[in-house]
Design a protein around this ligand. Structure first.
Ligand code: NAD
Length: 493
């Protein structure tokens, strides 16, 4: 079906060729010559190799970024805007090819990546292009003695290390690069080792669109080596990270001594609160999608369902039926609702949680098995009879597993949600406006959605309370992460 498609052939040729590091506007081999394999999760087979940058490669990339900073921060806002728009156009012009690369390497459904994720990436560049010439400071009348004029300038933070996870590789690259570039920052980007290829292709497209040398550098490799060297580098002014809470802590420990600025988008365990009056005809399909979309490898996945006790049995039965119907397929299955997990390691990790859930007393109502086919496939899984002390409730599983629990009154539900280590997002289903208001005001979550599962929105802040991280990405808050305030006070002569 795809073999006579030009974009598919270009994507395959790109995947298979040797890959280098983007440093100072050119593609350079890793100095130690190390590389690692990358896989097609739909077949489980290796498909290519990426370079493994070590500390000396990272040092060169940071140096190149630092050299480029003065020029990029001085670039007129309208020129920065035009460049971001050109990058967006280049993504759109290569959308099909990028979608193949992303779908094959990340185990995503090609049709969905082409229809949604690639257009989201270009629209992220367009959105922040719009901010380039609207980054304003403020002026103030000082109350201090004397006749002073005070104003505040908004200046780029400097050289930023941007570390990506593997669940939305292209989208996350756009989400980090676009606001940084708009603010006048320069980047060293480190994609996840499982999914580096779409970022490398994006790097080529950005150079083709006219990005000056050194403004974006891309280093690939393992987290513990390439990532660790990057975040500890004293030449980094800010780290922007999305990934696990454990790695977030390691980054704080490594970058803390340099007092490097940090934004961290870490784990989530989004509660999906189904009140007694909820319309299950809406809740069931939306929650099935909200949990199992992208194989549940989504920090916003509604993976902890809190159902009012009066609706529990009906909910379990209907959600289990919907999960069993959720179609699982390889990247080229246009009818599939979700693909495989990203790696054998992630599949093992998720299957381990199913085992732990069983041992803790949860009932596997549907799924709970690897699928009998090549690749890293697992059936959508519903665990019932879960309680707050179970690890399948306390921890982020990041796979197609939902844990169902009950609650009996509103205060109890709010307390239990606010007592969880994660506070990224959550959903509430009710027809009662007063009840909805109560949840909105009292839930300590970065995002609360009413009668809808949460989906990321480029224009709206994304981030969480408690161990879900520091700072907010997307929207104008995402831009602010890349800006410093400089106060100027002028005395009249
Ligand atoms: P991870 O946090 O280890 O990896 C994310 C990124 O951090 C990768 O680019 C990796 O190379 C890099 N990294 C790893 N160690 C590093 C270090 N010491 N210094 C600097 N960078 C480092 O995630 P993982 O092990 O691939 O996944 C484990 C779990 O993390 C998942 O099961 C899931 O629960 C969670 N996760 C969350 C998100 C999210 O969007 N919040 C994304 C991916 C993974």
């Amino acid at each position: 079906m795809h073999t006579d498609n030009d974009a598919y052939c270009r994507a395959l040729a790109f995947i298979r060729r040797p890959h280098a590091l983007l440093i100072d506007g050119s593609w350079q081999v890793a100095q130690a010559g190390a590389s690692l394999e990358t896989f097609d999760p739909s077949s489980g087979e290796p498909i290519g190799r990426i370079a493994c940058a070590d500390a000396s490669d990272v040092d060169m990339a940071v140096g190149a970024a630092r050299n480029a900073f003065a020029g990029w921060r001085a670039t007129k806002p309208n020129l920065r805007r035009d460049l971001l728009l050109s990058i967006a156009d280049a993504i759109d012009a290569h959308a099909e090819e990028l979608a193949y690369i992303e779908a094959i390497e990340a185990g995503k459904i090609f049709a969905k990546v082409r229809a949604v994720e690639v257009p989201n990436a270009s629209s992220m560049f367009r959105y922040y292009a719009g901010w380039c010439d609207k980054i304003h400071g403020t002026t103030h009348r000082s109350s201090a003695p004397g006749d002073k004029l005070a104003f505040v300038l908004r200046e780029p933070v400097g050289v930023v290390a941007q570390i990506l996870p593997w669940n939305f590789p292209l989208g996350m690259a756009a989400m980090k690069l676009a606001p940084g570039l708009a603010a006048g920052c320069v980047s060293v980007l480190k994609p996840a080792e499982e999914t580096s290829l779409s970022a490398l292709r994006l790097g080529e497209l950005m150079l083709g669109a006219g990005l000056p040398a050194g403004v974006v550098n891309i280093v690939t490799g393992r987290g513990g080596e390439t990532g660790a060297a990057l975040v500890a580098h004293p030449g980094i002014d800010k780290v922007a990270f999305t990934g696990s809470t454990a790695t977030g802590r390691a980054i704080i420990a490594a970058a803390g001594p340099n007092l490097t600025r940090m934004s961290l988008e870490l784990g989530g365990k989004a509660p999906n609160i189904v009140c007694a009056d909820a319309d299950l005809d809406e809740v069931v399909p939306a929650s099935t999608y909200g949990q199992f979309f992208n194989g549940g490898q989504n920090c916003l996945a509604v993976s902890r369902m809190l159902v009012h006790a009066s609706r529990h049995d009906e909910m379990v039965e209907r959600l289990a039926a919907a999960a069993a119907d959720f179609r699982v397929g390889g990247w080229d299955d246009a009818q599939a609702d979700m693909g495989p997990l990203v790696s054998a390691r992630q599949l093992d990790r998720v299957m381990d949680y199913v085992r732990i859930g069983r041992e803790e007393g949860a009932a596997v109502v549907t799924g709970g098995e690897r699928m009998a086919r090549p690749g890293f496939f697992m059936a959508p899984t519903v665990l019932a009879g879960c309680t707050d002390d179970m690890r399948v409730v306390r921890e982020e599983i990041f796979g197609p597993v939902v844990a169902i629990q009950t609650f009996s009154d509103t205060d109890e539900a709010i307390e239990r949600v606010n007592g969880h280590q994660y506070g990224l997002s959550g959903a509430v289903w009710t027809q009662n406006l007063s009840l909805a208001q109560r949840f909105i005001q009292e839930l300590r979550l970065g995002t609360v959605s009413i009668n809808a599962p949460m989906a990321g929105d480029r224009d709206l802040p994304l981030g969480g309370f408690r161990q879900s991280g520091w700072g907010r990405e997307n929207g104008v808050e995402g831009l602010s992460l890349y800006l410093e305030a400089k106060t100027v006070v002028m005395t009249s002569l």
